[in-house]
Design a protein around this ligand. Structure first.
Ligand SMILES: Cc1ncc(COP(=O)(O)O)c(C=O)c1O
Length: 410
């Protein structure tokens, strides 16, 4: 390589070609890596918004059509962001991915990029508050009609789907009620009318996801959750076919600007290296905690999709094998009892993220789902006593002791 002093990314980069026979943990450590002429071990952070062209002709050619490793402007793409997109696409088994500034940028862009005025959408009713706001308040302003259904009820999906339904949208495990939607069954119905199936897969996590194989066309993550997993950065990602990502999402993102920053992409790449280890440990502790809490006298219910008492436990085993990293506890005694529980915890933090290495507890009725009226919360099963517990990677015994002592104080 010539030491020209000019950064020759395409000429200099050394890429270990990702092999189809690499297993998940190998893909998570090496997938998507592209090295500069310095042959660095850790992925380089290309903290640049622009790229220099060697000639005016090269600039013109790149604006006509940029190759996969030819960059123009960081709003369109950046080498560090591209590494993240390739690594998460390899994990998910998706053809391509587009990284966004937050999970909500991913949800709103995936929907807005593909929908037009006059289109119809069917969505599950039980959604994270901001997802509900996009579907209920924003899409309707642009002439998109949305019908809401109870996610687990296939008859309601069937009844709501129409010939003009362009998209269906649901959280595969709903926040915070942990209802599970049958991806394969809903996809079969939706594909019957030619609708695109978009899933918000945050609670399933990329580690346990098999959403594309089961029929989802587009998979969306808030990377803020398990992908970072260490509370550092907001991010999101949209995964799907090359045609959807490059033909539909990329032009929308290019012109509306919610792309991921290179520094965030670097954090997310580092998060992906350890996600499998973290999330499997978190899910094992969540199951142990749910077992310890069954029948507890201070609880109306301990909800965990991975526990045999969950009404959709068979579905979750088929759909993702494990129950994820989040439990919801319905504490008897309403909000006052729930607040006493939160305030009594010594290890688990009161916050509103999830999927973090640190265990986090949230009271949805007064925080993430506060905007909804009491009736709407009641219809969704978000009772005043419901708390959401995201299990971290702390020692399992310490966590169980902390939750038990806080329940004693209720
Ligand atoms: C299910 C779900 N979808 C989307 C989001 C939004 O993600 P972000 O906070 O990264 O915008 C969240 C965040 O809490 C979520 O729980």
């Amino acid at each position: 390589m010539a030491a020209t002093g000019v950064f020759l990314w395409a000429a200099a980069r050394k890429v270990k070609k990702m092999s189809d026979d690499w297993n998940t943990r190998t893909k998570l450590v090496h997938g998507g890596t592209a090295r500069s002429q310095y042959n660095e071990v850790s992925e380089a952070i290309f903290l640049t918004q622009g790229f220099v062209y060697e000639t005016a002709e090269q600039a013109e050619a790149r604006f006509i059509e940029a190759g996969p490793d030819e960059f123009i402007y960081a709003r369109y793409g950046n080498p560090t962001v591209a590494m993240f997109e390739r690594r998460i696409a390899a994990l998910e088994g998706a053809e391509d991915a587009f990284a966004t500034a937050s999970g909500m940028a991913a949800v709103s862009a995936a929907l807005m990029a593909m929908l037009r005025s006059g289109d119809h959408v069917v969505a599950a009713r039980a959604l994270f508050g901001s997802c509900l706001y996009v579907l209920e308040e924003i899409l309707s302003r642009y002439g998109v009609e949305v019908t809401f259904v109870d996610g687990p009820d296939l008859a309601q999906w069937q009844a709501a789907l129409r010939p003009d339904t362009k998209a269906v949208f649901f959280e595969t495990i709903a926040n915070p009620t942990l209802e599970v939607v049958d991806i394969a069954a809903v996809a079969k119905l939706a594909h019957g009318v030619g609708a695109t199936v978009l899933v918000d897969n945050v609670f399933a996590t990329p580690v346990f996801s098999d959403a594309i194989a089961q029929g989802a066309d587009v998979v969306i993550y808030s990377a803020t959750k398990h992908i970072d997993g260490q509370g550092r950065a907001l991010g999101g990602v949209i995964l799907g076919t090359k045609e959807f990502i490059r033909g539909t999402v990329e032009p929308y993102m290019k012109h509306t600007g919610g792309s991921m920053s290179p520094f965030t992409a670097w954090i997310m790449l580092k998060g992906l290296e350890t996600i499998d280890l973290r999330v499997r440990a978190q899910a094992a502790s969540a199951l142990a905690l749910s077992e310890a809490l069954q029948g507890h006298e201070k609880l109306n219910r301990a909800i965990y999709p991975g526990h045999p008492t969950h009404p959709q436990n068979e579905l979750i085993k088929r759909q993702m094998g494990k129950g994820g990293t989040v439990l919801s506890l319905d504490i008897s005694g309403g909000q006052a009892a729930a607040f006493r529980f939160l305030n009594g915890l010594k290890i688990v933090l009161i916050s509103n993220n999830l999927g973090d290495a640190k265990s986090i507890v949230t009271h949805p009725a007064t925080t993430t789902h506060q905007r909804l009226g009491e009736d709407q919360r009641a219809a969704l099963g978000i009772t005043p006593g419901l708390v959401r517990l995201s299990v971290g990677i702390e020692d399992e015994g310490d966590l169980i002791r902390d939750v038990m002592q806080a329940l004693d104080a209720v």
